[in-house]
Design a protein. Structure first.
Length: 366
């Protein structure tokens, strides 16, 4: 990435940004962040033994627990995470939302194939002035203080930081990249994919150090589905012969596979990197018949929950998963919290007829 001194003026997520390939700053109000502790022990039926990891969930009999500690959205209202209750204004369809600096960043649809990035500041009730057109996707750090996004027409990736009194932005633009998509942000590092030339366009994964500008191709991963906290291993989608689709946990540096499974789709990791969140299918729409927690080293099933329709799942902490669940299309939907260690579950968000597509865990891959 060249060290360019020219300042290009643009509006980003509600504030004026000076965007250059080495970085830029914009003023932003700093707000205190709430501390998030681990979820407590769950009440409920006696836990199954380790030799019998499968748990049948009866949604009608689950006790009520605390609301999700991580950010979640019902319709257009976001709760949990590191900021106050916030609403995504307007009526534009929401493609993605993340907590960021106590407020929100949202990618909104502006047409059949167009979108824009907007920002809601902490405690605000409206979008900040300004927008970024053509944003393809958005990710945030687990601490919700860093974010990264990709812009389609620019073949560009941006990194933004809310931790100082001025929000810092850095950008990467290279003409050889086709369509880009951000995958994860870990400190100064942004993991992203870029399409090459030709049809079908080959896709390559990269790691960009936004501070130094160094870009490294990640050639060890076939299909990037999730990154562990340490940034050392990925949930890797592998396509096989005869319509067999498999997943693996792959070491990024060596390419070594810790394990391979053709029964589970691997979707993400717990914060301690010991457990992989898994589901039945490969995100072909709808809900799944189970959610599972696998040992991230061996692939052994630590726990598997059945008995409901599982729309999405994500780790709340090292020992708990949050899952959006219902009993089928057009039934009451809610969020449950389940312990990996004991298997027991409780309601985190009471079921109601919100609509399956109106309840989201903002840390989940959808």
């Amino acid at each position: 990435m060249k060290n360019v001194r020219v300042r290009l003026i643009m509006l980003v997520a509600g504030l004026t940004v000076a965007a250059v390939t080495t970085g830029a700053t914009l003023a932003v109000r700093k707000v205190p962040q709430e501390s998030v502790s681990a979820a407590g022990p769950l009440s409920g039926a006696p836990a199954p033994s380790a030799a019998q990891p499968q748990v049948k969930v009866d949604l009608a009999k689950l006790p009520q627990g605390q609301l999700p500690q991580m950010a979640f959205m019902v319709d257009r209202v976001v709760r949990g995470g590191t900021g106050p209750v916030a609403t995504v204004p307007g009526k534009q369809p929401i493609e993605q939302v993340v907590r960021f600096g106590g407020g929100l960043l949202a990618v909104l649809s502006t047409g059949d194939v167009t979108s824009e990035l907007r920002r809601v500041e902490p405690y605000a009730e409206a979008f900040s002035p300004g927008r970024v057109a053509g944003v393809t996707n958005l990710v945030a750090s687990a601490e919700e203080d860093l974010a990264a996004y990709a812009v389609a027409g620019q073949s560009a990736v941006y990194w933004v930081d809310s931790r100082d009194t001025e929000l810092v932005q850095r950008s990467l633009k290279r003409p050889e990249y086709g369509r880009t998509a951000v995958l994860a942000v870990r400190g100064d590092l942004v993991y992203f994919s870029a399409e090459g030339k030709g049809y079908p366009a080959p896709e390559t994964y990269y790691r960009w150090d936004s501070r130094s500008g160094q870009v490294t191709a990640v050639k060890t991963v076939h299909g990037f589905e999730g990154l562990n906290t340490a940034g050392t291993a990925a949930a890797d989608f592998v396509s096989g012969a005869a319509q067999t689709f498999c997943s693996a946990v792959t070491e990024l540096e060596s390419g070594k596979r810790r394990f391979l499974t053709c029964k589970y789709s691997l979707d993400g990791f717990t914060p301690d990197d010991r457990t992989v969140v898994a589901s039945e299918g490969f995100r072909d729409g709808g809900a799944e018949a189970f959610t599972a927690a696998l040992d991230a080293t061996t692939g052994q099933v630590r726990r598997q929950w059945v008995g409901a329709q599982f729309v999405m799942a994500v780790a709340e902490d090292d020992n708990h998963l949050l899952m959006v669940v219902d009993s089928g299309e057009d039934t009451a939907v809610g969020i449950i919290r389940c312990s990996i260690g004991t298997g027991t579950c409780e309601m985190a968000l009471p079921r109601d007829r919100y609509g399956r597509d109106k309840v989201q865990l903002l840390g989940a891959r959808t």
